[in-house]
Design a protein around this ligand. Structure first.
Ligand SMILES: Cc1cc2nc3c(=O)[nH]c(=O)nc-3n(C[C@H](O)[C@H](O)[C@H](O)COP(=O)(O)O)c2cc1C
Length: 170
């Protein structure tokens, strides 16, 4: 990764944090290209490397796709852009058809990983999965379990090493 990309990862961290409550697009291709909205996660340092961690529940169509692909792209829109699309990508499932098409979102190929990226988003963060950690009743605080996981549908935390980070050519 270039120094420019490393610098952009740091600059994007607070923007990612600010935008997460409205959702960011996670794009994947594990046989079927798909996107879903994430509202949690973010950039950190693990193993001396920049890592983007995303929590995904097992019932998502995206779940087996990311397991198979072992890679994903976070497409970060301009602040305030694509708000309806973020909500719909987080409501509709890829099981019911091609969400990119339904949402009118043009994709481009990832530069490094084999996944689509949403062209109308300002930045792309490309990641290769290096660890997948299942939350369980044993490793999660009881108050979080009762508040967030009454159905015991625990997230898996997919930890993706950031291998490319850039502003989209549009
Ligand atoms: C704002 C917002 C944030 C969301 N954050 C997450 C998340 O972090 N993890 C998750 O598993 N689902 C999250 N969801 C729900 C999924 O995006 C939603 O279930 C989606 O339809 C899954 O698509 P899929 O079945 O095509 O994978 C979020 C939804 C919205 C609207």
């Amino acid at each position: 990764m270039t120094d420019k990309e490393k610098k952009l990862i740091v600059e994007l961290a607070p923007i990612v944090q600010q935008q997460l409550p409205k959702g960011l697009f996670l794009c994947v291709d594990g046989g079927t290209p798909n996107t879903m909205t994430i509202g949690w996660g973010g950039t950190g340092i693990f193993w001396g490397k920049p890592v983007f961690t995303v929590p995904i529940r097992p019932q998502r169509f995206t779940y087996p796709l990311i397991q198979k692909a072992q890679a994903f792209i976070i497409s970060v829109p301009d602040e305030g852009a694509l708000l309806q699309e973020r909500m719909q990508a987080g409501t509709w499932s890829g099981r019911d058809g091609d969400k990119f098409k339904r949402l009118g979102l043009e994709t481009v190929k990832g530069r490094v990983v084999d996944a689509p990226a949403i062209k109308s988003c300002k930045w792309q963060i490309e990641c290769v999965v290096k660890a997948a950690v299942d939350l369980t009743t044993d490793n999660t605080s009881a108050d979080v379990v009762s508040a967030m996981y009454p159905a015991r549908d625990f997230h898996t935390l997919f930890m993706g090493e950031i291998v490319a980070c850039y502003e989209t050519e549009r």
